[in-house]
Design a protein around this ligand. Sequence first.
Ligand code: AMP
Length: 177
Amino acid sequence: MNKKELEEVKKVVRNVPDFPAKGIQFKDLTTLFKDAKALRTVADALVDLYRDKGVTKVVGIEARGFIGGSILATELGAGFVPLRKPGKLPAITIKKSYTKEYGVDVIEIHQDAITPDDVVVIHDDLLATGGTMMAAYELVKTMNPKKIYISFICGLKFLGGLEKFPPEVEVTTLFDY
Ligand code: AMP
């Protein structure tokens, strides 16, 4: 991972104050995704982390996790699996509900998407409180893959989301705030 290049990438991310609610500093990664050099740096850094780990499936969390997740899957020669909001996946699914700051949310995955032979990376763009990723991790875990890795492009370290995950799970962010 090239730390210096990733520091440059971090500068490309747009901060939008008070979106979607007052007091939130929203990290807008669309300015990173539209920048060819920054996108290349992120793709290379993600692939470097998992190159030799025998990954067979990358699970991307709707919606921003689909971008880095598909890149990672393609570059690793793995398959891509969408983890979606309720009612979007057409075949038989398994679900998990989890508590968010305001109310409860549900995520779904096709029941045949992951098998016990799989080595899985679950990917999302940004780690905030970690609630969404923890629910995704628990859902994928019920499908008994050989191993689960967790990947983010960036993390809001000060929110302490990393502490939600069991110590045996490898959680990576490419850069942090
Ligand atoms: P959380 O469950 O709190 O870790 O939040 C997860 C989701 O919300 C991630 O998929 C992020 O894309 C999004 N998110 C939360 N906070 C922010 C923020 N400050 N800037 C950008 N995205 C955010």
